[in-house]
Design a protein around this ligand. Structure first.
Ligand SMILES: Cc1cc2nc3c(=O)[nH]c(=O)nc-3n(C[C@H](O)[C@H](O)[C@H](O)COP(=O)(O)OP(=O)(O)OC[C@H]3O[C@@H](n4cnc5c(N)ncnc54)[C@H](O)[C@@H]3O)c2cc1C
Length: 490
């Protein structure tokens, strides 16, 4: 984008493409923003990536997966997955109405390499395999490894978890940055993940168990598929080469990782508690990354810093949790807001705008954390979890429709919409009251949960344009996202 507007850009990466990276599931909002970036910055090569059909036709060599929406399945330890006519343990939320218009999972080793090559063709100087050190001389940044690589007047920190700028300024992120006092406090999660082959399709396991799928609004594996567990939740993102990105996000309220148990042992122990998931993995084999299953520490961080000649991309400022697949869309939304500022001449006004940008990302991360907290707290009750998920879908559907109607000053997921903030706060309070009441009267659990579900439906009603919480839908939502403009019509 910057090179297209005539700026001289150097892009330095510690790694070399193609390389394994996590964060693969795109969303309608991410596709909309990517399409607009393609158009505004005259980068037509990006447009086909905004939907599954055009991606497959234009770049068949770039591996992606078909993502028709979000599917969720609730499991109980020691028991086969089961359902009922009301689909009490299942939730399917379609985000597109056809395979052609579908969103995608990005095999990041392919897609990031493509982006990097496109940057190079556009005039960017790309330096790979260089873990950069920063130095400052007057108003300039000096980038070096052993010797000086480049001198520049503006630095964008896109190092994600590496948070290069924070390191440079000697800042340490606060532990548990989203743990607040209220009912929407999020203590955090850690993850174990990798890429597997020979993971049976979940639809096959359901078929083997005789579970009827005729009400499903799309094939449930063509999705960000979530298995909801006592320990946390598992994601499954299936690519068209049948490699599946799988990870387990573990609630930090559960037991910590120990040196006595390797990541693979911990993985196998958790899977062994869930017979239907275990069946899905009976022939599975880890294929990436080369150094085996990855186990992280706490994923949550938030450290926004701003100054006259530097900025961080959203993933360098912070991260909440993979639930809700917010990462790619948030990054693109940050880029879309940041680049126009970089194209402006240096001035005190620009410094102020850079500060506002950084502060808005911080507010958005807090907002995401409140939405995620609702879902983590309700995880053990499918009924409450479904209700909590609908609050997230309210924010995303509102953001998408406002974006399509041209309201581009919207913060991510309507984080600056006071009415929606109040709804989330109220949802947290009602949830807390319900959980307290269940503790007092466990026999009334079903009734209390039903009441809470109705209360949530009432709360989101003013923004519910997509039929969320509609009882006759029985958790099977046909279409929630507004129709995307076809990239070829742009
Ligand atoms: C477990 C997990 C699951 C996730 N799942 C999803 C999902 O399903 N959907 C979604 O949208 N998002 C997801 N995310 C979020 C997603 O990973 C990020 O939003 C996304 O990767 C951000 O892209 P990025 O290019 O800004 O940063 P990154 O992908 O983190 O890339 C950082 C780059 O900086 C380079 N680097 C680091 N340090 C240095 C240095 N000192 N010098 C030079 N280069 C350096 C690295 O080599 C790397 O190339 C997930 C995140 C995690 C942790």
């Amino acid at each position: 984008m910057l090179a297209k507007r005539g700026r001289s850009v150097v892009l330095v990466d510690a790694n070399r493409h193609p390389r394994f990276a996590i964060g693969e599931s795109s969303t309608p909002l991410a596709d909309l923003i990517l399409g607009d970036i393609a158009e505004e910055y005259d980068l037509p090569e990006l447009s086909p990536l905004t939907q599954f059909g055009s991606w497959q036709r234009t770049y068949p060599h770039l591996v992606c997966g078909k993502k028709r929406g979000f599917s969720y399945f609730h499991h109980r330890p020691g028991r086969e997955f089961s359902n009922d006519e009301q689909h009490s343990h299942e939730l399917l939320v379609a985000a597109s109405s056809s395979d052609e218009q579908s969103d995608t999972h990005w095999l990041r080793s392919d897609v990031d390499q493509f982006f990097c090559q496109l940057a190079e063709q556009t005039g960017v100087q790309v330096v790979e395999g260089c873990r950069v050190q920063l130095g400052q001389r007057e108003d300039l940044w000096e980038l070096s490894q052993r010797e000086l690589l480049a001198t520049c007047d503006f630095l964008v920190d896109a190092t994600g978890q590496g948070s290069l700028l924070a390191q440079h300024f000697g800042m340490t992120p606060a532990p548990k940055p989203f743990a607040t006092a209220g009912p929407l406090s999020f203590c955090g999660s850690r993850a174990i993940f990798g890429h597997f082959e020979n993971v049976a399709r979940w639809t096959e396991v359901l078929r083997e168990q005789g579970i009827d799928q005729t009400d499903y609004t799309f094939a449930c594996d063509d999705a960000a598929l979530h298995h909801i567990l006592d320990e946390g939740w598992m994601w499954q993102l299936r690519f068209s080469n049948d490699v599946v990105s799988v990870g387990i996000a573990l609630d930090l309220k559960g037991p910590p990782a120990t040196d006595e148990e390797s990541p693979a042992e911990e993985w196998n122990r958790i899977l062994s508690r869930y017979p239907s998931i275990l069946r899905q993995f009976r022939n599975a084999r880890l294929v990436a990354p080369a150094n085996g299953l990855q186990r992280t520490g706490p994923l949550q961080r938030c450290l926004p810093i701003s100054g006259p000649n530097w900025a961080q991309l959203p993933h360098s400022i912070g991260f909440v949790d993979p639930l809700h697949s917010t990462g790619i869309a948030h990054t693109l939304s940050g880029i879309q807001r940041l680049v126009p500022l970089l194209l402006e001449p240096t001035s005190p006004k620009r410094t102020e705008c850079l500060h506002d940008y950084s502060e808005s990302i911080r507010l958005e991360l807090n907002h995401i954390a409140r939405l995620v907290a609702l879902c983590y707290r309700t995880r053990k009750s499918p009924r409450l979890f479904h209700a909590a998920t609908m609050v997230y879908f309210m924010t995303v559907v509102s953001h998408e429709s406002r974006y399509l109607s041209g309201t581009h000053d919207q913060m991510f997921l309507c984080a600056n919409d006071v009415d929606q903030q109040n709804i989330i706060t109220e949802a947290g309070l009602r949830l807390q009251a319900t959980l307290d009441a269940i503790l007092q009267a466990p026999d009334n659990q079903a009734e209390l949960e039903r009441t809470c579900e109705l209360e949530f439906a009432g709360l989101i009603a003013p923004f519910n344009t997509a039929g969320l919480c509609d009882p006759p839908a029985h958790h099977m939502y046909r279409h929630t996202a507004p129709r995307k403009p076809r990239w070829s019509d742009r």
